[in-house]
Design a protein around this ligand. Structure first.
Ligand SMILES: [Zn+2]
Length: 261
């Protein structure tokens, strides 16, 4: 299976230390962050831009080590962390007292992970990352709404995060609910109907049964990724190589994260 960072190289500024010079928390949220609703235009590409030789981006367990500063470096760091997770060789980085003191005054996360609420797929664990590393946004089925869009935009535009990962997963209950609701016509209680309504356009009718659910997991990741990539402010960053938005899925059976084309 493809690793998360297969054949991609990033462009952008040099890696920065944990206590580096990037702004910690931005100023006023731009009004434009929320101006685009869920109905984005056609997806833009999420290529990582022109090739540049990879700079050192070790996993990092202390403030002196470089931080991923480009999409490619961030992808490689997440890939390395997931491999540690798969091999039961986690480092549990960035938890010690010095890091906690440093993080009291600033944060410099290098990736936004938009994942599912599923208790079996916590991003910090499956990517073996620590405090201050990931900005995580989690909704059932990675469903978007204004709060999610605003949160992702905050990480990218205000904190300068170079990578957004839309992370689906095997056996997603939200996707299963959407597929089942379409078949039965059932209306879900409370606000859960919103979730299945958002996932419904991704349902893969070329498959049946569990295969339909599994194919829809991937299709839903691609749909969410495309919607994010169509956000004008994010698209502008993608165009300059400062940002990549990638889709990926986590397999419960292997604990591997693989990137979706
Ligand atoms: Zn799920």
């Amino acid at each position: 299976m493809n690793s998360l960072a297969t054949s991609h190289r990033g462009t952008g500024p040099e890696p920065h230390p944990v206590a580096g010079s990037r702004p910690s928390t931005g100023g006023t949220l731009r009004r434009t962050l929320l101006r685009t609703a869920l109905t984005g235009a056609a997806a833009l590409g999420a290529g990582l831009g022109a090739a540049r030789p990879a700079t050192a981006a070790p996993a990092g367990s202390g403030p002196a080590e470089p931080r991923p500063g480009t999409p490619g470096e961030a992808l490689r760091e997440l890939t390395a962390g997931n491999r540690r997770w798969q091999a039961f060789r986690e480092r549990h980085p960035h938890e010690d007292p010095a890091i906690r003191r440093t993080l009291a005054t600033a944060q410099h996360p290098f990736a936004v992970v938009l994942g599912c609420i599923d208790s079996r797929v916590p991003p910090e664990l499956v990517f073996d990352q620590g405090l201050g590393d990931l900005m995580t946004v989690r909704t059932a089925g990675e469903v978007l709404d204004e709060a999610v869009l605003g949160s992702v935009a905050y990480g990218v535009l205000e904190l300068g995060i170079p990578l957004v990962v839309v992370l689906g997963h095997q056996s997603c209950g939200a996707v299963r609910a959407a597929v089942t609701a379409e078949q039965t016509g059932e209306h879900l209680p409370a606000h859960m109907q919103y979730l299945v309504d958002q996932i419904r356009p991704a349902i893969d009718h070329g498959q049946e049964g569990d295969a339909r659910i599994d194919a829809t997991v991937s299709a839903n990741v691609r749909l969410v990724r495309s919607r994010l990539a169509a956000e004008p402010d994010l698209a502008a960053r993608i165009g300059t190589g400062k940002l990549a938005i990638v889709g990926a899925r986590y397999e419960l059976t292997t604990q591997a994260v693989r990137r979706l084309a």
